[in-house]
Ligand binder design. Structure first.
Ligand code: NAD
Length: 551
């Protein structure tokens, strides 16, 4: 085949597969590799450094071919992006079960993983890359919006108006940062080494302006802060150079975080190198690359610690930068918190997390109808309403039209049943796929991120995401996945995903009610077990049966 291969999900109501359940999988894996959605589709990379949708193009083709023939009482098994079996199951069972990147803990090192990956025996699935429910930058936008909003409330600012946020990385997820800052009325400076990445965010209106020098950037930032106007500035440069330079000049932002790909030392670009030089060194001398990368991360984090000492609100945004720097000798790297214990855990206690959905029709109008339905379902939630109104106005759909908002226990099942009813009545043109990030209240064990600083010290206990995957499979999610290493890298996390299709049938309604109850329910239960009073209250309100819960 000549030239790069372009993949795009089919639209409309014509089925290629035998039912909407398998058609949904068929469309969503292709949607993950849509050039509008994926960061490097030619390498099957969807987002997050090396997160792939399939292990190879042969495996990708085989998955599509298998889905076309898959019956509604069969289940396809996928092992690290490769289809390995089709078994007879039953109509309510998942149509696909996925296990990606998993290694027995003692062997769960990056080196062993890389050795297997080089031989084509395993694949890095990140979170939603290998489980086919990545929806582009919007997916993370809501989480970042919630995080920054919660931070502003906690600091007593109300919003980020007139506040300067410094961060880095405009990749698949990091690209959401500038818009999340301006949606919270703030001023953002985002350092990005790759001009192409910055240009892409500008095209999608996620960032307002791109500049090449720190002087230009700071003039714009200062003016906008003084005027209290929202503004996002992308500065082409290396965070490991720019952050220390700002600290040296005594410029202290109000808020500091980072979304460079520090989870992957080979993806983080070391200081004082062009992108081309970095690519060459990566290929020719990986050991030297790794050393330079880690040394740069150390400089990067030392500047963040300096900002913190001078009064900035500094937090880690889940890329494992602190761990890398700590392992490289920066002993106070963990002096600032991760974003989950700082801002998100109270939401997790109520089973709240990133509920997302996709219109299989491909028609944006279907999403606008669901937006209205959500606002009607939860009229008292002003925060949710503000998000949905701004999302409609500001979000450029990537691939199949989609939406995300954070919903909790009880709310998700309600929303799922409503969508199913809308499909049944023809209010939307085709079925709706409902999923979520693996970063959710009860679906992940990741001690440097989602489960950092758990009250009872169970940060590394991964029984919870395993139970989450099992109960969602039993309940009839359309596809269920279990991954290792997402977000923070190999050895540092284990997590589960689920996606379920609202095809308008009564059988789907039963499955939706079950799965959209157990899935956030696991979040409540996990936090009850760890002793969070907010979770206890949520469990009582929701009437969740927990055998050893205090009455
Ligand atoms: P990505 O690989 O798509 O993008 C990373 C970006 O950083 C790229 O554009 C790259 O050019 C740039 N970059 C690399 N080195 C740099 C440097 N030294 N200085 C400036 N820019 C540099 O990754 P992504 O999907 O955007 O995710 C980034 C990281 O943030 C990951 O580690 C991810 O797990 C983490 N993250 C976590 C959460 C969360 O926990 N909720 C959310 C978003 C992102």
């Amino acid at each position: 085949m000549s030239g790069p291969r372009v993949v795009r999900a089919p639209r409309g109501t014509q089925l290629t597969c035998k039912s909407w359940l398998t058609e949904a999988v068929y469309r969503m894996i292709q949607n993950n590799l849509d050039p509008e959605v994926a960061e490097r589709p030619e390498d099957l990379v969807v987002y997050g450094g090396r997160g792939q949708a399939a292990r190879s193009w042969e495996a990708f083709d085989a998955i599509l071919e298998t889905l076309k023939e898959l019956e509604d009482d069969e289940t396809l098994l996928v092992q690290s992006g490769k289809p390995v079996a089709v078994f007879k199951s039953h109509a309510d069972a998942p149509r696909v079960l996925i296990a990606n990147s998993n290694l027995v803990p003692h062997w769960a090192t990056q080196a062993h993983f890389d050795e297997l990956a080089a031989k084509g025996l395993i694949m890095y699935g990140q979170m939603t890359a290998g489980s086919w429910i990545y929806i582009g930058t919007q997916g993370i936008l809501q989480g970042t919006y919630e995080t920054l909003g919660s931070l502003a409330v906690q600091r007593g600012w109300g919003s980020l108006k007139g506040k300067f946020t410094l961060t880095a990385g405009l990749g698949g997820m990091g690209g959401a940062q500038p818009l999340a800052i301006t949606m919270n009325e703030g001023v953002g400076l985002v350092v990005e080494i790759d001009p192409e990445r910055a240009r892409r965010r500008l095209e999608h209106r996620y960032v307002d302006v791109i500049v090449d020098t720190l002087e230009e950037a700071m003039t714009l930032v200062q003016e906008a802060c003084d005027e209290g106007k929202p503004l996002s500035v992308a500065l082409i440069g290396n965070a490991a150079e720019i952050f220390p330079e700002l600290a040296l000049r005594g410029i202290i932002p109000d808020v500091v975080t980072d979304q460079t790909p520090a989870h992957d030392v080979m993806a983080y670009v070391p200081a004082h190198m062009t992108l081309e030089e970095a690519a060459r060194l990566r290929a020719e001398d990986p050991k030297e690359y790794e050393k330079r990368s880690l040394d740069s991360m150390s400089e990067h984090i030392k500047a963040m610690l300096e900002f913190q000492r001078k009064g900035a609100e500094v937090f880690d945004y889940g890329n494992n930068l602190r761990q890398r720097a700590f392992d490289n000798g920066v002993k106070d790297a963990f002096n600032f918190p991760g974003f989950v214990p700082a801002y998100i855990r109270p939401l997790f206690c109520e089973g709240k997390g990133p509920f997302r959905w996709v219109a299989l029709s491909g028609d944006p109008e279907d999403i606008y109808r669901t937006d209205e339905a959500i606002m009607e379902l939860f009229p008292e939630d002003e925060h949710l309403r503000r998000w949905l109104v701004m999302a409609k106005e500001k979000i450029h759909f990537q691939g199949l039209p989609s939406r995300i908002c954070w919903l909790g226990y009880g709310e998700r099942a309600k929303a799922g049943l409503k969508f199913n009813e809308m499909v049944a009545k023809g209010v939307v043109k085709a079925p709706i796929v409902i999923g979520r990030d693996h970063l959710d209240s009860g679906s992940v064990a990741s001690p440097n991120r989602e489960t950092e600083g758990m009250r009872d010290g169970t940060d590394a206990v991964s029984d919870w995401p395993i139970l989450n995957a099992m109960i969602n499979a039993v309940g009839g999610a359309t596809w269920v996945s279990f991954h290792h290493g997402g977000g923070v890298g190999i050895g540092f996390s284990q997590h589960a995903g689920q996606v379920i299709v609202a095809d308008g049938t009564p059988a789907a309604a039963r499955r939706l009610e079950r799965v959209l109850t157990t899935d956030p329910g696991m979040g409540v239960v996990r936090h009850v077990d760890a002793g969070y009073p907010e979770a206890l209250a949520a469990a009582r309100r929701g009437g969740i049966k927990i055998p050893m819960m205090k009455k």
